[in-house]
Design a protein around this ligand. Structure first.
Ligand SMILES: Nc1ncnc2c1ncn2[C@@H]1O[C@H](COP(=O)(O)OP(=O)(O)OP(=O)(O)O)[C@@H](O)[C@H]1O
Ligand SMILES: [Mg+2]
Length: 167
């Protein structure tokens, strides 16, 4: 069967906090094919880390379950899905709000979804109570293009340079 993506991968792992680093490093290695900047890679790792941690501590509440991670590449967009078959979220809109947490006693700050939204271009949350939660995140990796001198510039910088030269 031909994939509709340029590349894709899937991982299933136990909901142990020791797997959080494994998940974020694996996605970063996979997304590296799009030639992201260090900052873009750091953003992806942070977002994956927040989503995976949520599945482990909220979805499964530290009981044993399977966390699924799927990543795809299409053109210069990386899409990452993190899902669990855990307890689910009652009110997704509320859960997205900054500082909202159901585990304030465990020193969670309620900033996970806000961080995912600020570091990725799109974040979708699908959740059903007692069935589970799926978080889908997308990020466009800005392509670097070469200017006449052969220096690598990001698209935005090149646009700025053209504007300066034409003005
Ligand atoms: N996978 C999940 N399963 C069940 N509930 C979830 C899941 N992910 C998030 N939630 C719920 O959404 C709330 C908000 O999540 P968010 O990541 O923004 O904050 P937090 O995890 O409580 O705190 P922080 O991420 O700052 O440590 C959580 O407190 C929890 O109630
Ligand atoms: Mg969180």
């Amino acid at each position: 069967m031909k994939s509709r993506y340029d590349n894709e991968m899937e991982l299933h792992f136990l909901s142990k906090s020791s797997n959080e680093a494994f998940a974020r490093i694996t996605v970063a290695a996979f997304a590296a094919q799009l030639d992201p900047t260090i900052e873009e890679l750091a953003d992806i790792k942070t977002a994956v880390s927040e989503a995976v941690t949520n599945s482990i501590i909220h979805g499964y509440e530290n009981t044993e379950g399977i966390v699924k991670l799927k990543a795809t590449l299409l053109d210069n967009v990386v899409e990452i899905e993190v899902s669990d078959n855990g307890k689910g979220i009652e009110d997704v809109e509320l859960a997205r709000k900054p500082l909202y947490t159901t585990k304030g006693n465990l020193e969670r700050s309620g900033m996970g979804f806000t961080i995912m939204e600020s570091f990725m271009d799109e974040v979708e949350i699908q959740s059903v109570v007692e069935i589970g939660t799926k978080v889908t995140m997308r990020k466009k990796i800005k392509k670097e293009v070469e200017n006449e001198e052969g220096e690598e510039l990001e698209e935005t910088e090149l646009t700025q340079e053209n504007t300066l030269m034409n003005s």
